[in-house]
Design a protein around this ligand. Sequence first.
Ligand code: GDP
Ligand code: MG
Length: 166
Amino acid sequence: DDSEGEAEEYLFKVVIIGDSAVGKSNLLSRYARNEFNLHSKATIGVEFQTQSMDIDGKEVKAQIWDTAGQRGAFGALLVYDISRRSTFDNVGRWLQELNTHSDTTVAKMLVGNKCDLDNIREVPVEEGKALAEAEGLFFMETSALDATNVKTAFEIVIKEIYSNVS
Ligand code: GDP
Ligand code: MG
């Protein structure tokens, strides 16, 4: 923020994409505000949050878009729900859409969300890992509910973007 006399050094757009109800909005609210909503409504319109992190003494800001258009994104979280196989089966489609809309190198992470629902899991961790490896994506299982790996997932993507451009 310039009013604080500190120059803004980096601002990157990150998008969160994936099927409906996989937990995209809750991943964002968990990361940006440490909030979770059990009864969140479907996202209407566009929403984003800005988060800063320090990398090598530089202030790096990420503008993280929930369900928005993918144009201009430097990073993406492709989210599925480990308790719903169909959401994993659709990852390929989301990836294709992302690739057709991006002209630059995009840091991508495959995110298996709702890992707290291990008792009703339909997608084994190994399958997530294997797909990520085959497609050249980072991979992480997360839970927006209990906060497992949420911060780490976003920060890995933001660090990768930074290293791509610096
Ligand atoms: P979106 O449509 O992808 O934005 O999904 P939402 O964030 O709106 O979440 C859809 C539903 O899944 C809501 O009822 C959330 O409370 C629930 N949900 C989101 N993340 C998790 C999670 O990590 N674990 C569990 N158990 N439920 C979650
Ligand atoms: Mg949503």
